[in-house]
Design a protein around this ligand. Structure first.
Ligand code: FES
Length: 242
């Protein structure tokens, strides 16, 4: 580099240094000028609810008011809310009722099952002193046409001292007809008729004895043979399960 070129570069640097403060001042003024320009636009009329304080210093502790955004009629709003809650509650209750109703209808016995719920027996075909076993709801039912001596024996028994105290009159509707479930009350075996120490029924499974009224008299059976629901549809017919 020649001496002339060096002198020219030095002169240019010195001139630039002298102009730096003036450039800085100009740069600082630019945002202010821009802000002033923006104030002249349509946004200048907008007052933010968050902007408080003076100048460019907003008051950050101020809580803005949103009153103008609230609905004017609070009562009307509440009435609408109550109506919606009531309507949805009613619809939910209706749906729940239908669900429960459908469930109960599905779970109830069908017509063919209900038809088996009752069985009618012709009593005229059962001689005095004989047993008949019929099937009812999958269980055996004993029907005994008792003799006069058997009736007397059943009625004369001192039933208060039995393990399951029950008078014979409480177990029969007509003294000559003894009708009961043929299921041992010990563990559910089917007792044998006209057997045992009391002239009634005997369960061979564990040795329970029942008398001529079907009452437990000896062995592990805790209760008398169960009496099913029945009614006499005529003098010579009975309906079990009525
Ligand atoms: S089941 Fe009849 S005595 Fe046990």
């Amino acid at each position: 580099m020649s001496i002339t070129q060096k002198a020219a570069a030095s002169l240019a640097r010195q001139t630039a240094r002298q102009q730096v403060p003036a450039l800085r001042q100009t740069a600082a003024l630019v945002p202010q000028r821009n802000y002033a320009d923006s104030a002249s636009t349509s946004h200048a009329n907008f007052h933010s609810p968050y902007r408080r304080g003076t100048g460019d210093r907003p008051d950050t502790t101020h809580i803005p008011s949103f009153k103008k955004y609230r609905a004017g009629n609070e009562t009307g709003n509440k009435v609408f809310q109550y109506f919606m809650i009531g309507a949805f509650g009613g619809l939910s209750a209706l749906g729940a009722k239908d669900t429960v109703q459908n469930f109960l209808v599905n779970m109830s016995a069908s017509a063919d099952v209900l038809a088996q719920a009752k069985v009618e027996i012709d009593l005229a075909s059962i001689p005095v002193g004989k047993n008949v076993i019929v099937k009812w709801r999958g269980k055996p039912v004993f029907i005994r046409h008792r003799t006069k001596d058997e009736i007397k024996e059943a009625e004369d028994t001192d039933w208060q001292k039995l393990r399951d105290p029950q008078a014979d009159s409480d177990r029969v509707q007509k003294p000559e007809w003894l009708i009961m479930l043929g299921v041992c009350t010990h563990l559910g075996c089917v007792p044998i008729g006209e057997a045992g120490d009391f002239g009634g029924w005997f369960c061979p499974c564990h040795g329970s004895h029942y008398d001529i009224s079907g009452r437990a008299r000896k062995g592990p059976a805790p209760l008398n043979l169960e009496i099913p629901t029945y009614e006499f549809s005529s003098d010579e017919a009975v309906v079990i399960g009525a």
